[in-house]
Ligand binder design. Structure first.
Ligand code: APR
Length: 246
């Protein structure tokens, strides 16, 4: 399995990685679904843009607890670092991530498409000005814009919002550009991100999936299913890639 996956990656013209919350679990960030999933404790409604508009303070109190109290503390794990190495070695050309934790960039990956935005900035609902979260005091909720007094929201895609550009276009372009996708730690349940792997497969891409549990892709899209945690699987994959091919 690892040998086959390594061979596909090394022979690919353009290998792209597609990651979800699972790759950050070993950094201490809970996933949204499954064991210890955030949606087991909190209502996903807090991430609905209409709900946020009507329950701004309550939503912000939850965001501060589940995201901002750890944001900046959590560190990339082995899987993030190996992906950054693979990019340096031209084995991987881009990372499309659904995650908003900034860990791929922190680990050194350069070509990262943050499909759902990022926690590192807040945006004003009034004048659309963007602020670094490190410049905003989150003791006072909801945070307000210093320019127009509008409400600031996390610069991440809420249900009902559009995908940020250029991340969206760059990600969808990989459907016809990439001939290999490595899916790591995603249930494949949230549109429109979740259509990318299947569409790439229909265009002839080989699909390698790393996840300790089956996902929406496993029985329909995935060619090689590596049933393993991200960091363990990435280490084994790199060992295979580094083996001299006889
Ligand atoms: N290594 C790899 N995968 C793991 C690990 C691990 N150590 N631990 C858990 N997983 C897998 C789970 O089996 C699951 O398939 O990670 C996946 C996490 O699934 P979700 O929480 O649904 O995360 P994701 O697919 O990224 O969710 C997509 O949903 O709520 C929205 O915007 C949010 O971006 C998120 C989107």
């Amino acid at each position: 399995m690892y040998a086959k996956a390594a061979k596909i990656i090394k022979s690919a013209e353009r290998c792209v990685v597609f990651t979800g919350a699972g790759i950050s679990v070993e950094s201490g960030i809970p996933p949204f679904r499954g064991e210890n999933g955030l949606w087991n404790k909190y209502d996903p409604m807090i991430f609905d843009i209409q709900y946020f508009g009507m329950n701004t303070r309550q939503s912000w109190e939850v965001f501060r607890t589940i995201f901002y109290e750890v944001f900046g503390e959590v560190k990339p794990n082995t899987a993030h670092y190996i992906l950054a190495q693979m990019e340096k070695r031209q084995l991987v050309k881009a990372v499309i991530t659904q995650n908003v934790d900034n860990l791929h960039t922190q680990a050194g990956s350069k070509n990262v498409h943050e499909f759902h935005g990022s926690l590192k900035t807040l945006v004003c609902l009034g004048c659309k000005t963007s602020f670094k979260v490190s410049d905003i005091d989150l003791h006072y909720l909801p945070p307000v814009c210093s320019r127009c007094g509008g409400i600031l929201k996390p610069d991440v895609v809420f249900f009902g919002e559009v995908i940020p550009e250029p991340a969206g276009t760059h990600s969808f372009n990989e459907i016809t550009r990439a001939d290999c996708f490595i899916l790591i730690g995603t249930t494949g349940t949230v549109a429109p991100a979740n259509i990318i792997p299947g569409a790439a497969k229909s265009n002839g891409a080989s699909i390698i999936e790393i996840n300790p549990f089956p996902s929406e892709y496993t029985s329909s899209v995935t060619d090689i299913f590596i049933r393993e945690k991200a960091s363990v699987a990435m280490e084994k994959l790199m060992e295979e890639i580094d083996k001299k091919s006889v």
